[in-house]
Design a protein around this ligand. Structure first.
Ligand SMILES: C[S@@+](CC[C@H](N)C(=O)[O-])C[C@H]1O[C@@H](n2cnc3c(N)ncnc32)[C@H](O)[C@@H]1O
Length: 220
């Protein structure tokens, strides 16, 4: 999967980087009153969510750790953190989510938006979920947005293509997996949104269909 941050500026109107994900931001109200808040953003990209989180929690956050595989994303995130004056709380980790050691019982809030499906296999996906759960404090939250049942079709020929998604499983199975890993946690939000959009792959227009799953849980 290729992530392109070259053509868009963070928070540029009309681009996918225009705004943070609403659900991600909404959960911050559940952290109200806490001090020394620690946040982890897995596959943070250029900071579409982590910069606004850091900004919102500026006076109560100890750190917002941003993990991304792409050096170019981390470089941009570093620049944006200065531009938006949150560099004191942002910590950058240029690493694969797979290898990133999540400290046990460390975080108040762990976010993973459209990133977990890009780890190399389903068993790695499972091990990351386990580490996320173990890394969350009592009362802490996990917010996962993950694609499922992704289909790609060549718009001109109508030919079905191999979806370029490393972990691409049925929506029902993904939900079952999330429910079972977070068994005993309070479910704050569970939603499936069917989405369709046009992308360009190898100069071809491709229709990408996905069921985007939003899953927010609280450790209790
Ligand atoms: C679709 S973007 C989403 C970025 C960000 N979460 C957001 O909502 O704007 C996915 C990001 O995950 C990163 N990524 C993909 N696979 C990864 C992996 N195995 N380890 C770390 N980062 C990864 C990509 O480099 C990319 O920046």
């Amino acid at each position: 999967m290729i992530f392109c941050y070259e053509n868009y500026k963070l928070f540029e109107e009309g681009s996918w980087l225009y705004k943070p994900v609403k659900t991600v931001m909404e959960q911050l109200s559940l952290l109200k009153g806490k001090r020394d808040i620690r946040v982890l953003d897995l596959g943070a990209g250029v900071g579409r969510n982590s910069i606004p989180i850091a900004n919102e929690l500026k006076h109560s956050a100890r750190k917002v750790v941003c993990v991304d595989l792409l050096p170019s994303a981390i470089e941009k995130l570093s620049r944006y953190s200065k531009e938006y004056d949150v560099e004191e709380v942002i910590e950058l980790e240029n690493s694969d989510i797979t290898d990133y050691q999540i400290k046990q019982n460390e975080y108040d809030y762990i976010v993973a938006v459209s990133s977990l499906e890009h780890v190399a296999s389903e068993s790695i996906f499972d091990s990351v979920l386990k580490k996320m759960a173990a890394g969350t404090k009592d009362g802490g939250l996990n917010c996962i947005i993950v694609n499922s049942e992704v289909e790609e079709t060549d718009i001109q020929t109508n030919e079905r293509l191999d979806a370029l998604m490393e972990v691409n499983i049925k929506t029902e199975d993904m939900i079952g997996k999330l429910r079972s890993f977070y068994n005993g946690w309070e479910v704050v939000k569970e939603q499936v949104k069917p989405l369709k959009y046009k992308i360009v792959r190898n100069d071809k227009e491709v229709l990408l269909k996905t069921n985007a799953i939003t899953y927010v849980v609280r450790n209790r």
